[in-house]
Design a protein around this ligand. Sequence first.
Ligand code: SF4
Length: 897
Amino acid sequence: MTSAQARINGQAIEIHEGETILQAAQRLGVEIPTLCYAPGLTPEGGCRLCLVEVSRATRPVGACHTPIKPGMEIATHTPKLESLRREILALYLEADEQREFQTDSRESEFTKLLARYGLRAKPVDPSQSGERIDQSHTYLRFDPRLCISCRRCLNACEQIQGQFVYGIAGRGPATHLIFGPGERFDESACVGCGACVDQCPTLALSDRDRWEAKPAERVTQSVCGYCGVGCRVEIESAGERVLRIRGVPDAAVNWGHLCVKGRYAHNYHHSRDRLTTPLKRVGSDWLPISWEEALRFAAERLLRIRDRHGPNALGGLASSRSTNEAAYLLQKLFRTVIGTNNVDCCARVCHSSTALALQKVTGTGAASVSFADIESARCIVLAGANPTEAHPVVGARLKQAVLNGARLIVIDPRRVELADYADHHLQVRPGGNVPLFNALAKVLVDEELIDSAYLHERVEGFPEYREFLQTLSLEAAATQAGVPSPKICEAARLMGSLRPVLFVTGLGLSELTQGTASVMTLANIAMLTGSIGRPGAGMLPLRGQNNVQGSADMGAMPGQVTGYQSLRDPEVRNRLQQVWGSVPPEEPGLTVPEMIDAAARGDLHGLWVQGEDIAQSDPNEAHVIEALSRMDFLLVQEMFFSETARYAHLVLPAAGALEQEGTFTNGERRIQQVRPAVRPPGMARPDWSVIRDVAVALGASWNYQEPADVMDEIARVAPKMFGGVSYDRLGADGLQWPCPEPGHPGTARVHTEGFVRGKGRIVAIDYAASPEQCSEDFPFMLVTGRVLEHYNVGSMTRRTAQRELVGEDFLEIHPDDAAARGLADGDFVELESRRSHAQARVRLSQRVTPGTLFLAFHYPETHTNRLTSAYTDPESKCPEYKITAVRLQPIRPAPLS
Ligand code: SF4
């Protein structure tokens, strides 16, 4: 044994810094029994099963929390230790009036241990199961007779989700698990992430959906189809049913963790509402047709419009729920087969402002960092995002970062959950980001809290910017922002003292007429604090849909081709000519709002909408419906008969995320492989293959056999970004672009050596008020957004038990505003904007300030987007969802639901 070694059961082992005896033994393949220990959680040392004998120690020590040291001689399975373990296990089984461990028919970590030591628990008495089992949660089940109070659930809840649901009450035999202050799930703050279930060694806590399910036949490794975090999942299935979804324990993105949607909301895949055959509109009826006829009909109509009105009379919208391969092929079809750049995706209506702003100032319109930077950040600014609801696994990581010492500044008109954990919550007036960021920048510069060396070496435009800030009145900017200047100064000082800073942003910045300006002025602060390109710092915009990053990367944008390449660059055009055999027009096409306007005017005659429900999700609903109604040909590719499908001429049934092969790209630029766990229902097909077949019906000679062929072509079309990406190389955790050549490991952090555009830009931008303002007639400012339980337009989550958790959209209103109007929790109100009206049930909430309201858009019957305006950011064309002036009045009696 060398001086850097220890010995376990006679075998020498090198010491690793910070390792415990248990971890070292596991490295050697020695299995020490444990119950309360779980990798990644703080060792409890409570169950005493992992006791081992160590040379010169007078008593056995707990292997799970004792560091291994050089020279230690450790014995893990002596007869004395094994006898002690048996005694400890037997104690759990001792009958007592108050507590007696029992088992049901399932095999658990605990029952396996009992068997190993020749013990057996008493079987549960099925006659008394009813009242003791807590099934008050939609997804979780707790059987107290199986609980050994090992605290693993409690530690998982606190140290992974940060939710603090569980507690331990009582002493000795009366020790038992409690749920917050109450005794049941429905009295607790449980968010249904299921981390506790994954940890429970006895199955006292289990998934209700697995309770009586048959055994899984297959386990498929894939990626969650909900938000842009892109959690890796293991899908258990039997026949054509998904039985259960769990997180992949060693996944870089989520370390085994999932949220309530990713883990439980999968039953939509076999909903009776799924589209299973192509449907053609005939008069007011829908006629089921074959794929052959559908493809022929689609090609015929597209060609007819192109021949009569020219290629620019057609447009396509790629789905951000579908794969990269589908988005790539749709934009290629429109650019090469039809001959127009009229192709866009839902990034337009969410983060287009962010992408444009970051592209302008850094050269890359995506996150500069990875989620892993959250754990190394010292100071985090969360601006215009509500990740514990919209990006829950990242929300949980942010919470843990703060619980572990990171400082947090939240900037949001609403008191989102993470504001409760923040050092400062700057409750900015809706639309007041630009003056707030300018004010923060002024304090940083005036008080010399900036990184001068970084600015000197890496950034251009600072002298002009400093002059602009000198003319800026802090008080005037604070008034415009609606945040008191002393609070602005305190937050700026915190950022300046802990720089570099991690900026995590959301749609509260981008979905404004000053959306691009909001992100650019925040990026100014990132430049001043020397944050971009540094570990634990930089820009991290959180992406909404699972593949919204990928749709834009693939070129489903009217102004840039795959990999954000210029349509006019001769080198790019040469490459496209070689790979595609033709080149797209040089003139940019229309964005989504521009296509809607053109259709309403009668200038756009045909639209292909792949997996977007623009009649529900896009602003100014009446205008969108008018546009859709005027189309000569509307093709909708969907899983369900959506609001948009009502206006279609042809509806094609699409495969969902659980049913197809391809790749998704998450919000940290990570391209990950998606695999089918079940077959699509009926005649539903993956989008990429349908697009290929329509292209062939239009006369193209496309010969892709599988999605991997498409990815190989993507690598050739955009080599600087994807040249090293192929299915063979994606591996378990995928690759983060840029990945320019085979063998390149991918890029976790961009702009480390210098900005992609050369020097970073700092730009002076002044506040310009939105045309949408409150008035005497419309005194409230409405903000729209998402809730944890639902996803986007709700077409998937509404078809699962998530509906039991949140069964309708609700309007958050401050109690003072409610009292002034005689409103109580649960009352119905009529909301009216300058465009239209909607109805919702009110929920009294301190999360909004007086004068501000919040409404989600998950249920089509709410018609939230009847209210929102058609105003867009002038540069990115991103709609202004975050500002709508409204008035409200009670509806009495409440409408029948
Ligand atoms: Fe899916 Fe997002 Fe939840 Fe992860 S955080 S499980 S990607 S919805």
